[in-house]
Design a protein around this ligand. Structure first.
Ligand SMILES: Nc1nc2c(ncn2[C@@H]2O[C@H](COP(=O)(O)OP(=O)(O)OP(=O)(O)O)[C@@H](O)[C@H]2O)c(=O)[nH]1
Ligand SMILES: [Mg+2]
Length: 304
């Protein structure tokens, strides 16, 4: 079989498992995951290179009703991912029937997606459906839910999966490969992502901060690496956790600094594993009111 090479945009509502899938297939953490919706904020490429194919997964922010400038930007980022890919993979939570947000997503794909190989594959829209979270799907709902999603996203090509239990992700890859074009690898074989280490370190700190916080706090958090310096054979990383209010700062610092210490001690081993070396991690908390509405801050945080 000829070598296949192509990119697939992962689109869906927030919290459906797009980033979990990306990490599972890449085999390491390149994009952060949490049980809070709207975790992913930027486009993240996860690159999988095997002897007979190179598959680039483009993880995107979950599409949602946008209110802040950050949210609008996130939706634009997700929509923009359709621009330069060979296939679209829609990831849904199949334990629920499609709702209004799914309809909005379907409209958006119909409007913004043009399958580049339509002539070679008549009758195929270029959209594959990933019905994830099948562990939560009741047996009596299977037929109705499969039918509803296939109808809405106008495709017959779907796979039911459960990423947390590692079920059917390989079959999903086989399905994607059926439609991936032949071609040369675009990225070096040892490259797993296009996200710079410094940004990934900031994201890992954000992931641990998301795990530690609730309600509106997770959405108000951003992380910025202030310093990344070698000193006597040691890598010293200073990072700021940005929040919007003094009260949020107090929550993140915690009683006598207990919370921020916990965040640091969970993030550090992940960053060390990624960099394959010991680091010294120093975390600070800064208040930047309304940063999610500020183009300057969004630019500084590399969301813009
Ligand atoms: N029950 C169940 N949970 C899952 C499954 N796949 C992922 N999850 C969980 O769903 C939550 C969201 O996963 P993410 O991968 O962050 O979802 P996402 O689609 O990237 O979300 P956004 O970045 O917010 O758009 C996490 O708590 C995952 O552990 C699954 O198959 N079953
Ligand atoms: Mg995500």
């Amino acid at each position: 079989m000829a070598f296949k090479s192509g990119a697939v945009a992962l689109l869906g509502k927030p919290n459906t498992g797009k980033s979990t899938l990306t990490n599972l297939l890449v085999g390491q953490k390149v994009t952060i995951v949490s049980n809070k919706p709207q975790t992913t904020r930027t486009r993240v490429r996860g690159i999988i290179t095997e002897p007979d194919y190179q598959l680039v997964l483009v993880d995107t922010p979950g599409l949602h009703d946008a209110h802040t400038e950050l949210q609008k930007l996130m939706n634009r980022t997700a929509e923009g991912a359709m621009g330069d890919v060979d296939l679209v993979l829609v990831v849904v939570d199949c334990s629920r029937l499609p709702d209004k947000e799914d309809e909005t997503l379907a409209t958006l794909i119909n409007r913004g997606w043009k399958y580049p190989y339509a002539e070679e594959n008549p009758g195929f829209s270029g959209v594959i459906l990933c019905l994830n979270k099948m562990d939560k799907l009741k047996a009596e709902d299977v037929n109705d839910h499969v039918e509803a999603y296939c109808k809405l996203f106008k495709t017959e090509h779907y796979m039911m999966t459960c990423f947390t239990k590692k079920q059917n992700h390989e079959k999903l890859v086989d399905l994607i490969l059926q439609f991936l074009p032949e071609g040369e690898a675009v990225f070096p074989e040892d490259m797993v992502t296009d996200v710079p280490m410094r940004s990934l370190a900031a994201e890992l700190i954000r992931e641990k901060t998301l795990e530690a916080t609730r309600q509106e706090v997770p959405h108000s958090i951003a992380v910025f690496v202030d310093q990344w310096e070698e000193e006597d054979d040691k890598l010293i990383i200073h990072a700021s956790i940005i929040v919007e209010k003094d009260g949020q700062k107090a929550i993140i610092i915690g009683k006598q600094g207990a919370m921020i210490k916990q965040i640091g001690s969970k993030a550090r081993p992940l960053i060390e594993e990624m960099l394959e070396r010991h680091i010294f991690l120093n975390l600070h908390v800064k208040v930047r009111p309304e940063w999610r509405q500020s183009p300057r801050m969004l630019h500084e945080l590399e969301y813009l």
